[in-house]
Design a protein around this ligand. Sequence first.
Ligand SMILES: [Zn+2]
Ligand SMILES: [Zn+2]
Length: 123
Amino acid sequence: MAAAQVRRPGGPLMPRAPKHCGHPDCTTPVRGTSYCPSHRNKWTSTGRTASSQLHDSTEWRQARRTYMAGATRCEAQLTHRCTGQPEQCDMIRPASQGGQITPHNLQAICRPCHAVKTRRERA
Ligand SMILES: [Zn+2]
Ligand SMILES: [Zn+2]
């Protein structure tokens, strides 16, 4: 047994791993962004990302907070599993279908109803 490695107590200090592009097959390191330039462009052309970008926006967060402050129950009631709780804020017409962030297009929704609605929108 030569040159045994000395380990410091307290655990190793992990160097910060570089972030990689969010595309499943891509290993391009990225900084301050989720995708490398080539994948960012492809990804943003899909409706899915348009919707997640919207849900990251300050406009959405403020509208949601304001709306949910006045919500008392699930307004969707799409399933018998509806809990009746206003757990999430939902856009009645999703952004991928041109829905806007307006009080008329928002509803409080419980998780089971939201799951049903999301499934319908994808169908
Ligand atoms: Zn990439
Ligand atoms: Zn519900």
